[in-house]
Design a protein around this ligand. Structure first.
Ligand code: SAH
Ligand code: DHB
Ligand code: MG
Length: 216
C-alpha cells in the first residue's frame, strides 16, 4: 500500500464528507506563502478534532503549537459564541500568520493566540479546559501533557499529535522527538488520572497517529 494511495483515499474522504471551505483553504495558502513548515493536521484530522470537541460540548479549548492556525480554525468552529480557544506558539511569525487566518475565518473573538515558549506560558494559563490539543515540540510532550491534565476538568479530552512517526515510536534509540513521545507513553503507563489509547493513522500526512486521553 503506497503513500500515494493513502493520499487518494484522504482526498476521497475530504470530497465526500469532510468539507473544506475558503477560510480553511486560505489558511493553508497563507501559511505556505509565508514559508511556514507544512505540518498542519490533515483536513480529515482537523474535522475529527472539531467533532470530538463539539461532541463533548467543549467551551474552553487549549492548543499547544498554533503554526498557521489551521487546527485552531477547526477547533474554534466547535465552540459556542461565548467559548474560548487559547493557543500557544513560540514563533512570532507563525503566530502572526495564524492571527490573520483566524480573523479571516471570522473567529478572532474566540481565539487567543499567545506567543512564547509553551513551557513559559502554561503556568499562567487559566483552566479549566474541556479539550486540549498538544502539537508542538515533541521533546516537551510529557510536560505539556502534565499541564493539560492539571488544567483539565473531569471528562476532558486530551489529544497528542504525531505519536507514531512512521513507527519510530517503538525505537528505544530514536531521536529526541521520539524520546519525548516515548517518555509520554512511559508516563501514561503509570497514570491513573486518565484513561488513554493511541491510534495509528495513514493518509495525507503519511504514517503517524494520535494519542487520546480522557480525564477520570
Ligand atoms: N497545530 C498546528 C500544527 C502545529 S506544528 C496545525 O495542525 O495547524 C508545531 C508548532 O509548534 C510550530 O508552529 C512550532 O513553531 C510550534 N512550537 C515548537 N516549539 C514550541 C514551543 N516550545 N512552544 C510553543 N510552540 C512551539
Ligand atoms: C510534522 C508534522 C506534524 O504534525 C508536526 O506537528 C510537526 C512536524 C512533519 O511532518 O514534519
Ligand atoms: Mg502535528
Amino acid at each position: 500500500m503506497t503513500e500515494r494511495r493513502w493520499k487518494e483515499v484522504d482526498t476521497y474522504f475530504v470530497d465526500k464528507i469532510v468539507g473544506m471551505d475558503d477560510a480553511l483553504d486560505q489558511c493553508l495558502r497563507e501559511a505556505e506563502a509565508a514559508g511556514l513548515p507544512q505540518a498542519a493536521v490533515s483536513p480529515a484530522q482537523g474535522k475529527m478534532l472539531h467533532l470530538m470537541a463539539k461532541s463533548i460540548g467543549a467551551k474552553r479549548i487549549l492548543e499547544v503549537g498554533t503554526l498557521g492556525g489551521y487546527s485552531a480554525i477547526w477547533l474554534a468552529r466547535a465552540l459556542p459564541p461565548d467559548g474560548k480557544l487559547v493557543t500557544l506558539e513560540i514563533d512570532p511569525k507563525h503566530a502572526k500568520v495564524a492571527q490573520t487566518s483566524v480573523a479571516a475565518a471570522g473567529l478572532a473573538k474566540l481565539v487567543e493566540i499567545r506567543t512564547g515558549a509553551a513551557l513559559d506560558l502554561l503556568p499562567d494559563v487559566k483552566g479549566p479546559f474541556d479539550f486540549s490539543f498538544i502539537d508542538a515540540d515533541k521533546e516537551n510532550n510529557p510536560a505539556y501533557f502534565e499541564h493539560a491534565l492539571r488544567l483539565s476538568r473531569k471528562g476532558a479530552i486530551i489529544i497528542v499529535d504525531n505519536v507514531v512517526r512512521g513507527g519510530a515510536v517503538t525505537d528505544p534509540n530514536g531521536g529526541s522527538q521520539v524520546q519525548g513521545v516515548r517518555r509520554l507513553f512511559d508516563k501514561l503507563a503509570n497514570e491513573t488520572r486518565v484513561s488513554a489509547t493511541a491510534i495509528q493513522t495513514v493518509g495525507d500526512k503519511g504514517y503517524d497517529g494520535f494519542l487520546m486521553a480522557v480525564v477520570n
